[in-house]
Every structure is written in C-alpha cells, then in structure tokens.
Design a protein around this ligand. Structure first.
Ligand code: GLC
Ligand code: MG
Length: 701
C-alpha cells in the first residue's frame, strides 16, 4: 500500500454531479455543490494526496437525471464521486434526511471496506453529513474536519425575527435536529473550516461545543480559469447577450448585475425598489436580475413565487420596462459571460442578501474584474477587506443601496482600480490551491495521530464472519475449544470472530477469560440487544437506535406481574433492552398465550424461550439473529460467508435464515423443531467440537 493520503468528503444532499451541476435547480443544489466539487478536485491535485472520494446520495427518481443513480463517477484521476444508497429511492429534501443517517453510515462503511482502506481523514459538509461524520470518526477513530456552510441556530433566529413561530420553523425545517447535529459535528471535529471570520466568531461561537482553537477561517476558492476578465481580442458575443437584448432598450449602458436564487433572503425586491426609486440610476444603468432558472414561474416553490411576484410588481409600479432584464433561463456557462459582459459595460455586481456568510458570487465577480456592492456582513466584509474592490451597504435600506451603486458607477478611475484590485486580490487570496494548502496545513497534526481500532482493521480485511454462542456452544469442552482456537488463529486475518450470548458484557468477558478465549472482534450480548466491538465496552449506538422503537420495558413488566410460573431474574441480568424471567414450564402459560396477551395490551415485544427455563423479552427488532444480520449488512458480508453456531432457544433465529447454521451435538430441546430446516447442519460432537464439524461441513475455513 502506498503512503498517499486517502480523504473522504461527504456532501449528501442535493444533486451532485461532476459535469454541469444543476446549480439553483432547488434550494439544496447551490453553492455547497460547487464548493465540494472544487475542493475535492483541488485536494486531489496535492502531491501528498493519493485518493479522494466525494460521497453523496444515490437517487433513483424519474424527476431527476439518471446520472444521479450512477454509483461512481470519476471526477479526475484518483478522484471519485461515490453515490451510496440510503433511505427511499427517490429524491429527498435535506430536511427529511435525519431518519436515514444510520443506513447511510452502513453504506459508507461498506464502501470503505470495498476500497479496502480506512480513510486518513473525513470531511463533512453541512449538518446532515456532520452527524454522519461525527459517528464515522468515532467508530473509525480518524480525524474529522467539518464545514457548516450555513448554521441552524442562525437560520432559526432569522426566521423568528421574520415573524415565524418556533413550531412553524420546527415543522418545516426540523431545525432542532439540525442544530443538535451541528453540535455533534462541532464536538467530534478536530477542525471546523469556515469561509469568514464572522461565521467562526459570531455564528459557531453560539454553539455549546464551540472551541476557538478548532476554527480555521479559510476562504473558498473560485475556479479562476472559468472567471477571467474580459479579453477584447478573443471574446465573442456570448449567447446570454441575445437573451438580454430582448429586455433592454439600451444594452450598452453599465450593467448592475445581481445573480442569486429567488430566495427571500437574497433580498432582490429591495434592490429593485432601490433602482425603481432612483430615476438617475435608471438613466445611467440597466438592472440585470439572474434569479436561477425556471420553466414556469407558477410551478416554482411558494417562497420563490413570492419573490417573483414582488419583483414583477415593482417593475410594473416603477415602469422599469426596457431597463430591467430578468431572463428565465441560463446555462452554467453563461455565468462567467454575465460577469464579463457587465465588466465590458463598466458595470457593478450587487449582492444585497440579508445575510451573506459565503459570498461566492462576489469572489467570481471580483475575479472577472467587476467591482461589487454588497451587504455589510461576514463574507462581503472579508472579501472587501482583502480586495478593496467596492462598497458595503445596509441591505434593509434601499437608499443606501442606491447611493452605493451611484458611487460605484460614478468615478471611472476608481472603477478601474477596484476592477484591478478584485482580479489580483482574489487570485492571491481566494484560490482553491491556497485553500487546500492551508486546509492540509491545519489538519496535518491530526493525521495518523490515532490508528483505527484493531477490530476495524480486521473487519476491513476479512471476508468471513464466524459468530458463536457462548454457553453450551463455544464453552463446554476444553480440548475441542483449544483445537477450534488454533484453527481460527491460523485463519485469523480472513475471519472476523464474533460471540453472541445471552449474558451481559462483563459476565461474558469473565467467562471468556476463564476459558482462555482471546477477545473476540465483535461481542453481541444480552441476547442480541447489545453489540460491542473489540475491547470497547460501549454499546453500538446505531443498533440501539435501530431496536428501541416501540420498546416499553416498564409496561411489559407490569403486564406480566403475577403471571404464574414467571419469576424475574436477578437485577444484574436485567438490561435496558432485555427483560428476563425464570420460567416454571409446568405452571407458566405457553409462549403463544403470553404473546397474545401482550399483543392484546398493545405491547410489541419478542419472546425468547431457552434451556427450558429462561424467558427473555426483547424489542421486536432485537435478537441474536437480527444483530448478526445488522452486522453482516453494515460490513457487507453476504450470508454465505457467515457461519453461526448455537445450542439453545435463544440461538434459534440466528441459526435459521440464509447463513451457514450449525447446531452443536448437545443442543437443548427447543431446537428439535429446527430439524426440519434443511440448510442447517446438526453436528454430532458437542460444544466446540460441533463448531469444528460445522466448519468442515461448510468448508468454511
Ligand atoms: C443468559 C442470561 C439470562 C438469559 C439467558 C437466556 O443466561 O444471563 O438472563 O435469560 O441467557 O437467553
Ligand atoms: Mg447457549
């Protein structure tokens, strides 16, 4: 294996593709998509980087291009866009991602395992990927970099200010979940990249997990090759000019250019108001509003429709026909042309957004040589500070906007200076190569500082999974146990070794020690209700989230109180997701009767009877078999590569199914019924000897 870095970036919502991303098509497909694509390509160009995967969601939906269903797209040599499946097949808005992140994590882990390598660094983008990244970074023990792009707390405040209520905001945007996810990302990340000082010091600073030392203000780059100043010798009339001619009476006047999604936050109506109130500006300059692309304005979302309605009304009220252009459509390639056209007229770029944390369009404008007038907020403030190429305005004050536009257009000498300053400043400060240089500089101390845990390394390189029950299966006969351990040891790197037991963790570890069994890679305890990895005592949280639905331990205990023949097991054998009884089979009602009774009270549970004396109640989705299926799916082990062995009732559901099931010779009566299952192997030897027989029978090792 080579020493080059393997980086994994996550940007999981919106429509992501390498060529002609559909920017502005919907609220989830905008600046972030450009950002991550550019960042990915720039990282891949670094000598120390061997491979970069940009991971996004795989979408099967007639409403969007088939391309989004392609599992892999090559962006550049060593650089892939990887689409992983999670949740429903169709396109989802990002607010609806939350229930599917565990599934996403599974798919990502499977991908890494296919690559055969744990990445050296994870970099998550936006809250959804942030939560995913936090979980992956904990699980794999590799550093996480996070970029917020925009923050839930700020959005909530803004919406509250605008008159929405908490519950409206919650319903529409799932905002508290988003904020919680941002906290998790901030907490887990070694480094949080922001585009501006304001984003770090005023926005992230409002989060509980904020630590100034983690923040890295590294402005994004712009692909400078797309955004060049005009060149009179080579530039031809670009296609978008024809479109503008349909709107403008005198197309040669200086162009006031605005380029923004039709989002109320972009504050375009206020700009039209400013222009509409200023006859001198109308005299002197045209206003060009490029507000995304639309087929039929009536089919855009409600917010966008409101924006268009205001804009169209203002054009009418102020009689701006012939002075304002608002093309319905444009291609991504028209964007650089628009800036250049505006430069050619001696125009100005204007961004009056209510808040502007990012300001990518300002950088593009500057790179093209177009002076800017922009909201006095984080992004523009930093950009104008570095470049000195325009003026800041109060976005709520149309007069202030009009004054600034007037000023920007009034002094040709200063216009020239601003134009030049922008071109140079941006090339110095806002290039992706400068960005990734700083980025890698910041994360270098964390790279390789911790190793992925041994069980992860093992799982990544193994191709088979052996899971055995403990009492009465693995343990019982020292001699055959020794033989089995030797066989396993010889096959070790290829086989993940798992235990699935009814015992709780400490008790299972104690038993393993007494029998001198080395620590397994995976330990499933409490009859499948808890999963642990390696030497880590923590329960797999994704598993908890998977099983906890519908589980009400207290209600179950109450419902069974006083049932003849049932006696609660000792407190230390009770677990959060396992309610256990001793059973007197003579006196107790049979399983079906109990099941019906609980169902009659609306209680969902799984009942497991074993050794003729134990009864366990578990969440519907928990059992040893379910836990193994979960593991196999997470890590991508097909059932034909999974061998399980057991001896009693609590093993029944893991033995059946498509996996290679082995029942050891000393099995208890509840398993008699399984004799009918023809895929199952019944060994004659007891205990570990039976497992060895199963291994040979299935030619597993
Ligand atoms: C183990 C557990 C016990 C459980 C039994 C059957 O003995 O300690 O609580 O009931 O397995 O699953
Ligand atoms: Mg057993």
């Amino acid at each position: 294996m080579s020493d080059g870095l393997y980086l994994a970036l996550f940007s999981i919502h919106g429509l992501v593709r390498g060529e002609e991303p559909e920017l502005g098509r919907d609220p989830d497909t905008g600046g972030q998509v450009t950002y991550v694509l550019e960042l990915t390509r720039a990282l891949a160009e670094r000598a120390e980087v061997e491979r970069v995967d940009l991971i996004t969601r795989r979408i099967f939906d007639d409403e969007v291009s088939d391309q989004y269903a392609e599992p892999v797209e090559t962006l550049a040599p060593g650089t892939r866009l990887i689409r992983v499946e999670f949740g429903p097949r169709e396109y989802l808005r990002k607010e609806d991602f939350w229930p599917y992140l565990d599934e996403c994590e599974h798919s990502v882990l499977r991908h890494f395992r296919e690559v055969g390598r744990v990445p050296d660094l994870l970099h998550s983008h936006y809250a959804d990927a942030g939560r995913l990244g936090a979980r992956l970074s904990r699980r794999l023990q590799i550093p996480l970099v996070h970029t917020g792009h925009s923050l839930g707390r700020i959005k909530r405040e803004r919406l509250l200010d605008a008159g929405s209520t908490e519950s409206q905001i919650e319903r529409r945007f799932n905002i508290s979940t988003r904020i919680q996810a941002e906290e998790e990302a901030l907490e887990a990340a070694s480094t949080v990249v922001t585009s501006t000082h304001q984003e770090a010091e005023e926005q992230w600073a409002r989060y509980d997990a904020y630590e100034a030392g983690k923040m890295a203000v590294i402005p994004p780059g712009v692909s400078l090759d797309r955004f060049q100043p005009p060149d009179e010798d080579t530039d031809e009339d670009p296609p978008i000019r024809t479109t503008l001619l349909d709107f403008l009476r005198d197309p040669n006047k200086p162009m006031i250019l605005a380029l923004a999604r039709p989002d109320p936050r972009k504050n375009i109506p206020c700009l039209v108001e400013a222009y509409g109130n200023a006859p001198d500006l109308q005299e002197e300059a045209n206003l060009v509003l490029v507000l995304g692309t639309r087929e039929d304005v009536r089919e855009t979302d409600r917010e966008s429709q409101k924006v268009f309605q205001k804009v169209f009304t203002l054009i009418d009220v102020h009689d701006l026909h012939g002075l304002v252009a608002y093309p319905k459509q444009h291609e991504p390639d028209d964007v650089p042309d628009l800036y250049r056209l505006a430069v050619g007229t001696g125009g100005v770029f204007v961004n009056p957004a209510l808040t502007e944390p990012f300001g990518l369009t300002l950088i593009e404008a500057a790179a093209s040589g177009l002076p800017v007038v922009a909201t006095n907020d984080g992004g523009p403030r930093d950009i104008l500070h570095y470049c000195d190429n325009g003026l800041l305005v109060d976005p709520l004050d149309p007069d202030d906007i009009a004054d600034a536009l007037r000023e920007a257009l009034s002094d040709p000498e200063r216009w020239e200076r601003w134009s030049k300053n922008g071109i140079e400043g941006v090339r110095r400060r806002f290039s992706w190569s400068t960005h990734v240089e700083e980025h890698l500089e910041r994360v270098r101390p964390f790279l390789g500082a911790s190793e992925p845990p041994p069980h992860i390394e093992k799982i990544f390189h193994a191709d088979r999974l052996l899971v055995t029950d403990l009492d009465g299966t693995l343990l019982g006969d020292r001699e055959t146990l020794q033989q089995l351990l030797e066989r396993m040891d010889a096959a070790s790197p290829a086989v993940v070794f798992g235990i699935a037991t009814g015992r709780r963790l400490e008790s299972a570890r104690r038993a393993l020690e007494e029998w001198s069994v080395p620590s397994p890679d995976v330990l499933i305890t409490a009859v499948g209700s808890e999963i642990h990895y390696g030497l880590d005592d923590r329960v797999d949280e994704a598993w908890i989230r998977h099983i906890e639905k519908g589980w009400d331990r207290e209600a179950l205990e109450r419902a069974l109180e006083g049932t003849p023949g049932l006696r609660l097991q000792a407190p230390e054998r009770q677990r959060r997701f396992k309610l256990s009884y001793h059973v007197d089979p003579e006196a107790a009602p049979d399983l079906q009767e109990l099941r019906d009774r609980l169902a009659g009270e609306g209680l969902e549970t799984r009942l497991i009877f074993s050794h003729d004396e134990f009864l366990d109640l578990l969440p519907q989705r928990a059992s040893k078999g379910q836990a193994i299926a979960f593991l196999a799916s997470r890590w991508g082990f097909p059932p034909s590569k999974v061998l399980v062995a057991g001896d009693s009732g609590n093993d029944a559901d893991m033995l059946t199914g498509e996996v290679l099931g082995t029942v050891v010779g000393n099995y208890s009566p509840e398993l008699e019924a399984l004799h009918r299952t023809d895929t199952l192997y019944f060994a004659t030897a007891p205990y570990a000897g039976g497992i060895l027989e199963g291994i040979d029978h299935f030619e597993f090792l």
